[in-house]
Design a binder for this molecule. Structure first.
Ligand code: ZN
Ligand code: ZN
Length: 446
């Protein structure tokens, strides 16, 4: 509006403009971001005037919205930098600046600007010579700083981890509550007989450390389900998530994160069809797709059914009598998965990541890719969400989406308890024995 800005040398704004913006934010129960531009490229520092302006308006923004002011600056190359302001712990009315490590911009393509001071690149030109020759040093610098979450470390997840470690990813978050079993040995990468009984996240983490070409590796091992609060919160630290799960509830949680928290999710699934006696293969198909902003969601593309997610949440899907009567209606990364199918799918999923992040020749969205083993062909389709898709209504709402998607997960809790370290089991055993001893003593006295 007229008189909102004061354009003399540096651009300033008038109090009425700020008041109006605050009112709108408070009414919508949203936060306030203060944006401006600089005439140079890259991650932007702040001028003295920038600091004064943002620190001055921080208390009012916190007061009106309950959220910290976010300050953002864009450079001439489209790179965004960001910081937020929190109340000083000691001085009243004083607000301190906290720099963000990265800013993600999501369209068809995912662009990330990195704060070099907090997130320096980590790559090794000698070990990654061939990789760098494919897409150049600048891209490798950006790849080395991506924070990748792999949810589910079955056959596909463990192979995705191996590919990414070789490619030079440095930051991994591994989310899986399960332990390695005998039956995993024919399908999991970097898993050996000596790993049986160990948490999958630990075994796959060891594999990443062995295969990594990045000189600095950070691995967050999370022995929880994405459907539990601990796993869910770990996932929110990532720039991109790989959905390598076979159940509807974790898929629903990941779908929610893709829209509410704007973290793209790369999902895949394999379906093998056999004859009635399971002695002959009739067909095998697998598909990979990326979901999130400006793309169709996992529910609308039929990757899971919300009623099945609810069934799983209630525990019914783990009731053998109940599932006996169910149809195999979904793509599942379940029991019939074999290594050669999984490795092809894992590769397709990482290719989806490269399209999304590098956008070769300007193409970032290749659509849903489905490979048919029998005829040796791949279909590519661009899908859309249904008109009244819930997930399209919560885009970017984050914690304010007013839905809780995680909950108690007895199966995950039981799996963790089973592999409690032996020393802990012995200690717990002693505790129980001592309590019983005193109980007996007490009753005898009575
Ligand atoms: Zn400035
Ligand atoms: Zn949808």
């Amino acid at each position: 509006m007229e008189n909102d800005r004061d354009i003399h040398g540096n651009v300033g704004f008038m109090p009425q403009y700020f008041e109006r913006a605050m009112k709108i934010a408070a009414n919508k129960k949203e936060g306030l971001v203060f944006l401006h531009s600089h005439p140079i490229p890259g991650w932007q520092a702040m001028s003295k005037d920038d600091v004064i302006a943002e620190s001055r308006i921080s208390p009012a923004v916190m007061g009106a919205t309950g959220l910290p002011l976010v300050g953002m600056t864009v450079g001439t190359d489209g790179a965004w930098s960001a910081r937020y302001w929190l109340k000083d712990k000691e001085q009243k009315r004083k607000y301190d600046r906290y720099w963000c490590a990265t800013v993600r911009v999501i369209g068809k393509k995912l662009s990330i600007t990195f704060n070099d001071a907090l997130m320096p690149p980590a790559f090794d030109s000698a070990k990654q010579l061939r990789t760098i020759s494919a897409w150049g040093k600048a891209t490798q610098e950006d790849i080395s700083r991506l924070r990748i979450g792999i949810v589910g470390l079955g056959s596909v997840g463990s192979i995705v981890a191996e590919i990414l470690a070789r490619t030079g990813i440095s930051h991994f978050t591994l989310i899986d509550f399960d332990a390695v079993e005998d039956k995993n040995l024919d399908r999991l990468t970097n898993i050996f007989s000596s790993d049986i009984g160990r948490a999958k996240v630990k075994a796959v983490s060891d594999g990443i450390k062995r295969s990594a070409t990045s000189p600095k590796i950070f691995i967050d091992e999370c022995e929880y389900s994405i459907c539990e609060k601990q796993g869910y919160e770990k996932a929110l630290n990532c720039d991109i998530l790989f959905s390598c799960v076979d159940r509807p509830w974790p898929r629903q949680v990941l779908n929610f994160i893709a829209y509410a928290h704007l973290i793209p999710v790369i999902d895949g699934g394999i379906l093998v069809r056999t004859n009635a006696s399971n002695t002959k293969i009739i067909g095998a198909d697998w598909k990979a797709q990326t979901v999130g902003y400006d793309r169709a969601c996992l529910e609308c593309t039929g990757q899971y059914k919300s009623e099945n997610a609810s069934l799983e949440k209630s525990g019914m899907l783990d009731d053998p009598d109940y599932i006996k009567g169910m149809n195999k209606t979904q793509f599942q990364d379940a029991h019939e998965n074999v290594f050669v199918f999984s490795s092809h799918l894992a590769s397709m999923e990482v290719l989806q990541l490269l399209s999304l992040y590098i956008g070769p020749s300007g193409v970032a969205d290749v659509g849903q890719q489905m490979y048919h083993f029998v005829i040796g062909k791949q279909d590519t389709t661009v899908k859309h969400c249904h008109e009244n898709c819930f997930f399209q209504t919560i885009i970017g709402k984050g914690d304010k989406a007013s839905v809780t998607v995680y909950g108690d997960h007895p199966v995950a809790a039981e799996a963790r308890k089973k592999r409690m370290p032996n020393t802990e089991k012995v200690q717990n055993g002693w505790k129980v024995a001592i309590v019983r001893f005193f109980e007996r003593l007490f009753w005898r006295k009575k």
